[in-house]
Design a protein around this ligand. Structure first.
Ligand code: BEZ
Length: 212
């Protein structure tokens, strides 16, 4: 069965452009995104890996480690990295797993045989410091992913891990959030002493809590 939210992220040992990686050891106490791309030296993947390399400081700020994967080998990953630097302006600055035996792809269900029986689809897994799956995304080969959206949802996940809130449609960091439905008005008075807005009894909005 496909991995689902709050499942344990399976551990693995794999070769990558940063050497041999034991996933759990590499993860430590960080958050992570593990994402697959179908094939090296292909156009959409080239733009995606450049985009992620450019955003790396944003992932670092959020304590999120980034790791890519395809079923191509290490020497291709390395040669292709130079093309990514040349065409996108950023060289991949995170490990890329060389999953030629598909061990990790199979473990994470990244090969969807009805899409392609040998190449990985565009999967994204956000994994928490507790090593549980916090988010999964699956895109087809023809659609490059929006990595700003992945950062946005990480902001939401990190906020809701610490506060009894949820985030509305299209929310961005700094905007008002929703008080969790499990919090009574009585408890909300203690949690949000500055007050909140009741739009409906089930829709109460409040300023985004800021971590100290
Ligand atoms: C691409 O990255 O452009 C791509 C990869 C695999 C199949 C189709 C397109």
């Amino acid at each position: 069965m496909a991995l689902q939210l709050n499942d344990d992220a399976p551990n693995f040992i794999a070769q990558s452009t940063a050497g041999k990686i034991d996933f759990y050891e590499w993860l430590g106490n960080s958050w992570a995104i593990l994402f697959s791309h179908p094939k090296d030296f292909t156009p959409v993947c080239t733009t995606e890996l450049g985009a992620v390399a450019k955003l790396k400081p944003e992932f670092d700020k959020r304590n999120v480690k980034v790791i890519g994967l395809s079923v191509d080998g290490l020497s291709n990953h390395e040669k292709w990295s130079d093309d990514i630097k040349e065409t996108q302006g950023y060289k991949p600055n995170f490990p890329i797993i060389a999953d030629q035996d598909r061990k990790v792809s199979d473990l994470y269900g990244m090969i969807h045989p009805k899409a392609n029986d040998t190449l990985t689809v565009r999967s994204v897994f956000v994994i928490g410091p507790d090593k549980k799956i916090k988010l999964t995304l699956t895109y087809p080969a023809s659609a490059g992913r929006n990595f700003d959206e992945i950062l946005r949802v990480i902001d939401s996940l990190q906020l809701t891990a610490n506060y009894k809130v949820a985030t509305p449609a299209n929310w961005k960091r700094g905007e008002d959030v929703i008080i969790s439905g499990t919090v009574s008005d009585e408890d909300a008075k203690k949690l949000f002493p500055q007050g909140w807005k009741t739009v409906k009894p089930y829709l109460r909005t409040v300023k985004q809590p800021v971590s100290k």
